[in-house]
Design a protein around this ligand. Structure first.
Ligand SMILES: CC(C)(COP(=O)(O)OP(=O)(O)OC[C@H]1O[C@@H](n2cnc3c(N)ncnc32)[C@H](O)[C@@H]1OP(=O)(O)O)[C@@H](O)C(=O)NCCC(=O)NCCS
Length: 153
């Protein structure tokens, strides 16, 4: 299913994708969401929920939320069998293309060096540290991608 040769199809997720999305989030996320939280996100007016598909199968997702003056990446995950094929990069670039020129912010676990490498490669910069941000006490690195900070084309 996952081949480097074909780029993922990226499109907005709907309630029709819920079952695949819940299963993928359980498999891929470090901090999986409940089905109810995912349903709320899909129905939330100020959210952009994108999926990456290969051969019609959901292999990656990104939730992004408008917070009044900027976008915040709420969740990002890629099927463990499909990583390192540019799927997360495609999702982030597409969200910035669709969301427009405003800044994007996110929090990432201090120990999650893989995700940090992805964000840095895409132009995000560390702007802060939130101690005890996660339920298990781990700190979050706060990152920001300035408006126009990513070449999306
Ligand atoms: C983080 C994650 C979303 C990356 O998804 P991905 O589709 O594999 O990422 P990409 O293929 O777009 O990677 C782009 C770049 O990120 C960096 N990167 C990605 N995976 C990496 C790894 N295992 N080791 C080092 N760098 C890595 C590289 O710079 C890579 O570019 P390159 O392949 O040209 O070297 C995926 O590993 C994942 O789902 N992890 C678990 C959930 C998670 O951590 N979510 C983020 C929460 S903040």
């Amino acid at each position: 299913m996952c081949s480097r040769d074909d780029a993922p199809v990226i499109r907005e997720l709907t309630m029709d994708d819920l079952d695949q999305l819940v299963a993928l989030d359980q498999q891929a996320a470090l901090d999986p969401w409940s089905q109810e939280q995912i349903e709320q996100e899909l129905n939330y007016g100020n959210a952009l929920c994108l999926g990456g598909f290969k051969q019609g199968v959901l292999v990656g997702y990104l939730f992004c939320r408008w917070m009044g003056d900027s976008w915040h990446v709420m969740a990002l995950g890629v099927d463990s069998a499909c990583r390192r094929q540019g799927i997360a990069s495609h999702l982030i670039k597409q969200s910035i293309r669709q969301a427009g020129p405003d800044a994007h912010y996110l929090e990432v676990r201090q120990s999650n060096l893989v995700a940090q490498a992805l964000y840095i490669q895409l132009g995000f910069q560390q702007i802060g540290l939130r101690k005890g941000y996660y339920r298990d006490g781990e700190a979050a690195i706060v990152m920001r991608c300035p408006p126009g900070g990513i070449e999306t084309l």
